[in-house]
Design a protein around this ligand. Structure first.
Ligand code: FES
Ligand SMILES: [Fe+2]
Length: 402
């Protein structure tokens, strides 16, 4: 590895990719952390944008974020201003927000910050020269343009982004020619019994933008080794490290583990399984095994979900730069579960708990980011519960060319 890194003839990015490939090929018992430069190197980040974020399928929203015809939600991904829109026909589509006239962001101009993020309209009017687009993206009108030679209104609609809706999640692919198929079958199998078509967002923690590389967030989200560290008083009693079960390896794109309820917090026992504590009633139809743990799963790079029997956490974590990301944490509940006594206070309790956990995670994520430029940030080793970090490297190795 040292030999590869010291080669003067290769570009820095190629060298980093080669190091990742070599590490990803190691057995889990010899796994090592990502090269620390991958957390801040601008050229490496551009390489990731080009070959991952602009080429793979990215989970960017839930359909209930655009509940009514005309509802929209603005999302930026890999430098592309996008918006998720529900049309008059109830269909959810994703468009570029770049005006077809002179490229103004449709959510720019004098809109309030709230309007720039989400709202409900009957059409989109560009703030610059007032071109108007319908909810299906087609151009309705363009003032004073009718005589302009070569101008074709019917060919000047907003650019549609490739979109797939799966279990209420909105996935997009910025590359219309991508050769990566949209395939959630492995995740559906892992989720077994959790179909999020029947769930909805009940609470959101908008964590905003943080100075942490996107991969550090994923690594922290997925590994449970740190339950005995930063979360020793909060999560370790709930999901004891020694009881966490890592899932079988199902390919470079997926990872999952099961965080089993600890003895001290279990609310009973059924069929030999300790029952997971709950904020709300468990979703009906789950087996006693499913009610004994919170599942932790990912489809790299952006489907991050932790389904528990009553609440599922969905992280929308998207990179905004080599050393920054933007995070919103969503608490999903089964539809119909709002009709319980003290629903609001129970959701507040759950949200506060997650905010506490996220606060702890944010501090250690920043601690890793802040020291990642040190020349001593090298030669680390992974513990076996850090298997998802090794799998992330397998994913990166599978996507990034040298
Ligand atoms: S840039 Fe949108 S109307 Fe001119
Ligand atoms: Fe954590």
């Amino acid at each position: 590895m040292t030999e590869v890194l010291s080669s003067p003839t290769k570009s820095r990015v190629s060298t980093l990719v080669e190091t990742i490939r070599a590490q990803a090929a190691l057995p889990l018992t010899e796994a090592r952390p990502l090269p620390s430069a991958t957390y801040w190197d601008e050229d490496f980040y551009e390489h990731e944008l080009e070959h991952i974020w602009r080429k793979d399928w990215i989970c960017i929203a839930r359909v209930e974020e655009v509940p009514d015809p005309g509802s929209y939600r603005a999302i930026d991904l890999a430098g592309e201003p996008l918006m998720v829109v529900r049309g008059s026909d109830d269909r959810v589509r994703v468009f570029s927000r770049v005006c077809r006239h002179r490229y103004a962001d449709l959510m720019g101009g004098e809109k309030t910050d709230a309007e720039k993020t989400s709202g409900c309209v009957d059409r989109f009017e560009c703030p610059y020269h007032a071109w108007i687009y319908r909810l299906d993206g087609s151009l309705l009108s363009a003032p004073e343009m009718s005589g302009r030679p070569g101008f074709d209104r019917s060919a000047s609609g907003l650019r549609a982004i490739r979109t797939e809706i799966w279990q209420g999640y909105v996935f997009i692919n910025l590359d219309e020619d991508t050769d990566i198929p949209f395939d959630m079958s492995a995740i559906a199998e892992i989720q077994d019994g959790y179909d999020f078509t029947d769930w909805e967002i009940a609470s959101v923690i908008d964590w905003g933008e943080s100075k942490v590389n996107w991969k550090i967030v994923i690594e922290n989200f997925l590994e449970v080794y740190h339950h005995i560290g930063i979360h020793k008083d909060v999560l370790q009693p709930l999901w004891r490290l020694g009881k966490c079960q890592q899932g079988d390896y199902t390919g470079p794109e997926h990872y999952f583990s099961r965080m089993m309820a600890g003895e001290d917090v279990a609310i009973g026992e059924e069929d030999g399984h300790l029952m997971h504590p709950l904020f709300l009633p468990a979703k009906s139809g789950l087996s006693s095994f499913q009610r004994s743990h919170t599942l932790l799963l990912t489809k790299f790079p952006a489907y991050l979900c932790a389904p528990g029997p009553d609440i599922a956490f969905w992280f929308r974590s998207l990179p905004t730069g080599p050393e920054t990301h933007r995070l919103e944490i969503h608490l999903l509940i089964p539809k119909g579960n709002r009709d319980v006594e003290d629903f609001d206070s129970k959701m507040t309790e759950a949200t506060d708990f997650l905010r506490l956990v996220q606060g702890q995670d944010a501090t250690v994520n920043e601690a890793v980011q802040n020291s990642s430029r040190s020349r001593h940030a090298r030669d680390g080793v992974l513990q076996k519960h850090e298997q998802p970090l090794w799998q992330l490297q397998k994913y990166l190795a599978s996507r990034l060319p040298v």
